[in-house]
Design a protein around this ligand. Structure first.
Ligand SMILES: [Mn+2]
Length: 433
């Protein structure tokens, strides 16, 4: 039985998380010899988390890297001895296993390791005194105290060098204060490799840290290919579809499996997220078919679910103004005017009127904090391809070509790009005087 991690990219969006979860689920049904564990290697945004929370699944756990660790090679003793055992108790163990270290307990408390060096040193000392060993010592009398220890999360390479520098053949492994196993030099003959399947990405630079030390055993993706060279033949399924979840759905079909209710909703979530409810220009016929089949399995209306998915987290009301403004805020110097332009994406502008006051206030605070003359926030509704612009007081406001829908608030139908559409107008507005 081996563990195979299934991970999306480092900025885990819904397609990444849902395809990892979905593909691990399929593989656990297909392959009884291994355990497929969906993970994420980045932190979830509030909106992604909130959508995942209504799916009734265990959200894939965060894993920072797939470097080999002490826990991958540490030993758990098949045999233990007690500190008050006579040294002869060890003989039987050595005859069978020839271990270089044996854990020693005092009652049930781990005390340290008895190493082969301890035994040799003691024997040599005794033999130098007399040619016959007459007294058999207790284990505690010959084991040397152990100060050094390692943690199960320590990197394989680091632990190996600790052991190389140590005079000991073995070191105890402690998880905080709890003894969990031990390592000997033999554990470090060969670095173990974690097995990983990449979903929704294939470029090592976008992947979990340490991917270069891992065995990539599969790739399921819908991006350009810039993958790592592998030693073994691997399973790759890459198609230019709108969502990785569509490819995962097709894998269920190919393997004669039907996603259950929960899984259908998970995959549907990924598809609707990446394709902006099947409206994005990246949407293909395959995505549309997959979404509708999945929706019928979990008895959900595609459009309704898509809108609810986006709207429950997508408006101004769901964001913290300061965070939303600062997340993507660029500054420019034009005509001696210091300008800041933020952009935040929403999926509805329905709550603009209600929340514009709070956002304008925050925008002005950020303007003054950054020492700017003029700050604007472009709020872009990605679903309806429509933006609104909030501005702090500035003479430039009068020169903007947009219609005013409130004090310092402008309407920008069909404007989506800060760089291509808004910035030239801003520059024009400050140069106009
Ligand atoms: Mn994707």
């Amino acid at each position: 039985m081996g563990t195979i991690y299934v991970t999306g990219h480092r900025n885990p969006d819904l397609d990444s998380i849902c395809s990892a979860y979905g593909y691990a689920g399929l593989m656990n049904m297909q392959d009884g010899d291994n355990t497929y564990v969906p993970i994420r290697c980045g932190h979830l945004s509030d909106s992604t988390r909130s959508i995942l929370e209504q799916l009734d699944i265990n959200i894939p756990e965060y894993k920072s890297d797939v470097y080999p660790k002490v826990r991958d090679v540490m030993l758990n003793a098949d045999h233990k001895i007690y500190a008050d055992d006579p040294l002869t108790a060890v003989a039987a163990i050595y005859e069978k296993n020839n271990p270089s270290a044996i854990p020693v307990y005092d009652k049930e408390q781990f005390l340290g390791l008895l190493t082969v060096d301890d035994i040799t040193n003691w024997t040599m000392r005794e033999l130098s005194k007399s040619s016959k060993i007459t007294v058999i010592p207790k284990v505690r009398e010959i084991m040397t105290p152990q100060e050094e220890k390692v943690s199960p999360d320590e990197l394989f390479d680091e632990a190996r060098s600790v052991l190389q520098k140590s005079s000991k053949r073995g070191l105890a492994v402690y998880d905080d204060d709890r003894y969990v196993g031990f390592i000997t030099r033999r554990c470090f003959l060969k670095a173990p490799k974690n097995n990983v399947i990449l979903v929704d990405h294939n470029e090592p630079g976008q992947s979990i840290r340490g991917i270069e030390t891992a065995n990539i055993v599969g790739i399921i993706d819908h991006h350009r290919l810039d993958a790592i060279k592998t030693k073994q033949p691997i399973f790759i399924c890459a198609e230019p579809l709108g969502s990785t979840c569509t490819i995962v759905y097709q894998q269920y079909i190919r393997n004669n499996r039907t996603p259950n209710n929960v899984m259908a909703k998970v995959l549907l979530t990924g598809i609707l997220s990446d394709t902006l409810i099947l409206k994005s220009p990246t949407t293909t016929g395959d995505d549309v078919v997959a979404a509708h089949v999945l929706a019928s399995i979990c008895r959900i209306d595609v459009e309704e679910y898509g809108l609810s998915m986006f709207s429950r987290v997508g408006g101004l009301k769901d964001k913290e103004p300061r965070t939303a403004i600062s997340a993507d805020f660029k500054t420019y110097l034009e005509n001696g005017v210091k300008i800041g332009i933020g952009q935040c994406e929403v999926t509805t502008l329905n709550d603009l009127k209600e929340y514009s006051g709070e956002y304008l206030e925050s925008l002005n605070e950020i303007r003054s904090m950054k020492g700017l003359d003029w700050a604007v926030l472009m709020i872009t509704d990605v679903i309806h391809e429509h933006s609104a612009l909030l501005c702090t007081d500035h003479r430039g406001n009068r020169h903007l070509p947009y219609s005013s829908i409130g004090k310092n608030i402008f309407d920008m139908p069909n404007v989506m790009s800060r760089k291509k559409q808004l910035l030239p107008e801003i520059i024009h507005a400050v140069g106009d005087q």
